[in-house]
Design a protein around this ligand. Structure first.
Ligand SMILES: [Fe+2]
Length: 342
């Protein structure tokens, strides 16, 4: 496995690059905007293709690299379903798996630092975001933080095997890694006996707001790909207009989401499944989508929120599939117009 812990000294943030092999797919956790060029260079040097970028939560102390990485690599951006970020390509729930070629992460919903905080477990290690830090824990006094909830989230992490490696999103002292067993024994915040005691401890901290907070939070909330550009070129259908496409023989509806998203949120009737990760094969000569278009079909992509499908339209157009379109706002918009909220 390729595993890199990358540091941003301005915000003391750790970002993590993972891949199963050289020349394969990669994912990154908690990237920092200012370091995007560095990540891109490293991935080029290691011959990696970024397919997913995850933020463990909405950060207050740095601007996320999610949007910039998406723009450079067309990767899928991932956050928790509770996140208030305007558009990410994929939202995960507790128990979901985030997979790339050769490796998968288990998502644990761990609210407390924020209400959208997730941790991700990969084999012998856990990426704890700002939930569990080395000899510390993330603050709970803003962004819908809740010390009692965090106490419960921490208990959940402490049930992982003691030898599990702990990789946090920050460290201000220069520590890079710990273990669950070590934190159990030496983390002063974990010495509290119950949620009330923990909440009392957290309330007594009186921390100043992060320097970047007023800039970072608004910037991080707006990470969505601008689907207007795709619409301006006439390549979009609104969810409402897309209703009329169902059952029409000249239309091929293509679902770009992953299996778990289809199972949770349902599908548009009659659509074909061709996951975003296989897009380039499918739109190339001899690929399923390329051939469908050649046979006279109009290709209509959709995904969860319209982000993957907007990127797919552009890529398909670039590959000569001039009939490609997408459904703006994706399945979320579709369900809204159907009066279904899930
Ligand atoms: Fe944070």
């Amino acid at each position: 496995m390729i595993f890199r812990q990358l540091f941003d000294s301005a915000s003391s943030t750790y970002s993590y690059l993972l891949a199963s092999r050289r020349g394969g797919e990669a994912l990154i956790i908690d990237p920092v905007l200012e370091k995007v060029d560095r990540y891109l260079k490293l991935m080029q040097e290691l011959d990696l293709r970024l397919v997913k970028a995850i933020d463990t939560h909405l950060h207050a102390d740095h601007i996320t690299g999610l949007g910039a990485l998406r723009d450079h690599t067309h990767c899928i951006t991932v956050m928790g379903e509770q996140s208030k970020v305007d558009v990410v390509s994929m939202r995960v729930c507790d128990g979901d798996r985030v997979t790339i070629e050769g490796l998968s992460l288990d998502a644990l919903y761990t609210p407390g630092h924020t209400d959208d905080s997730f941790c991700f477990v990969h084999r012998d290690r856990v990426f704890t975001g700002d939930t569990l830090l080395i000899r510390g824990t993330g603050r709970t006094d803003f962004q819908n933080g809740d010390a009692r909830m965090q106490y419960e989230s921490l208990q959940r992490l402490l049930r992982l095997p003691e030898e599990t490696l702990v990789f946090p999103a920050h460290d201000y002292k220069g520590d890079t890694v710990s273990t669950i067993g070590e934190e159990k024994q030496y983390n002063p915040r974990l010495r509290t006996r119950n949620a009330d005691e923990y909440a009392e401890l957290m309330a007594s901290l009186h921390l100043p707001n992060p320097k970047m907070m007023d800039v970072a939070i608004p910037a991080n909330v707006h990470q969505g790909l601008h689907q207007e550009e795709v619409a301006r070129r006439g390549w979009s259908y609104s969810a409402q207009d897309a209703k009329d496409l169902i059952g029409r023989p000249e239309i091929a509806l293509i679902d770009l989401r992953e299996k778990s998203e289809r199972e949770r949120h349902g599908i548009i009737p009659g659509s074909l499944h061709a996951p975003y990760g296989e897009l380039m094969d499918n739109i190339g000569k001899g690929g399923l989508i390329h051939e469908l278009a050649k046979s006279g079909k109009t290709i209509v992509f959709y995904c969860a929120f319209g982000e993957r499908s907007a990127m797919a339209v552009q890529a398909a157009q670039d590959n000569g599939v001039t009939s490609s379109r997408h459904i703006e706002g994706g399945m979320a918009a579709w369900l809204k117009t159907s009066g279904e909220f899930r």
